[in-house]
Design a protein around this ligand. Sequence first.
Ligand code: ADP
Ligand code: GN1
Ligand code: MG
Length: 370
Amino acid sequence: MSQPANAHDLPAVFLLFQIQGDFLSGAPYGSGHINDTYAVVASQAGTPVRYILQRVNHDIFKNPAALMENIARVTAHSQSVLADRNDPDASRKALTTVPARDGKPYAFDADGNLWRVYLFIERATGYDIIENTGQAVQAARAFGSFQALVADLPGERLHETIPDFHHTPKRFQALQAAIEADFHNRAAAAAAEIAFACEREGDTGIITGLMEKGEIPERVTHNDTKLNNVLIDDATGEGVCVIDLDTTMPGCALYDFGDMVRTATNSAAEDETDLSRVESRMEMFEALATGYLETASAFLTAAEKRHLAFSGKLLTLECGMRFLTDYLSGDTYFKTKHPEHNIERCRNQFALVRSIESRLEEMQAFVDSL
Ligand code: ADP
Ligand code: GN1
Ligand code: MG
């Protein structure tokens, strides 16, 4: 379940970092499901300045120092590209970590938690539900540009911060193990959802199978392209910054496009329980495909393009299976607000899968027409 707001000693954590000025206040921020995120305010000679202070969830990210090595490399690369362009807004267009007292981009507290601080990107918003097709175009452009940017990342292969993160067949196996164990006696209540996932087992291995055969390439990808992981500029409406880089690692371009479809085409919130409101909107899909291909068509292969619509179905199915697995396992992974939260999210995602299935051909025909 979610952390209580007063779970951490924010003034003490603040002092671990080279933040100028005095600690004024701190409060939980955002709607991420994984890390503990706070907006903290420092008084800099009387002017309040916000920062993002985050505890990285080390139950999920088993090697948070390696994760921070990835982030340091990706953010340094983004900033050097922006500097080469003399971009006057560079510090809003890429995440910037604030160093700890020892110069590292993170610090450990007395309980062994890893913390990091980012400059707060002001005058921009991460949306849980999309408001218009313009935002879909912008979000897709931002994630497509991000993929193009990290394609040139110098150095070794990035660390896999969560192994097999989007290996859907392994996610399916994990679901089967949770059903068999049924430690919390919840499988009976989830019988319909379990059946839904089992009927679609054949879909789970399609993308991993093409990757194993070398027909779809491994690329550095973001892997968590949920709509609220791109900040949209409040004034211009442009996608200003891609955030939440914890899962930026070797992956597949389709994982990123698929998760955009999952989050940006849904006409309702991810945990909406009135399933009649859950629909994958064609106009949002078209906007996503348009924005994404503007920035990514130069590097995408024909096999990747052929699976863009399917990736939306697959990533939605995978996410629904992950919520279901977590429900059966006693809600240990995703932050939840009440005991039914994960199964409600699962039902919502599976309703969205059905909706995508009903227009899959139309979606792919649109991609092919571009
Ligand atoms: P999680 O992995 O838990 O989703 P995120 O890194 O996405 O954590 O952060 C949670 C939320 O905090 C984001 O959805 C966004 O609203 C906000 N956020 C994160 N980083 C920044 C930043 N540098 N500037 C402004 N807001 C941010
Ligand atoms: C988590 O961290 P956040 O809230 O952006 C999850 C994603 C899921 C998403 C479902 C590291 O994303 O994989 O798709 O919840 N992140 C991790 O909303 O597991
Ligand atoms: Mg996030």
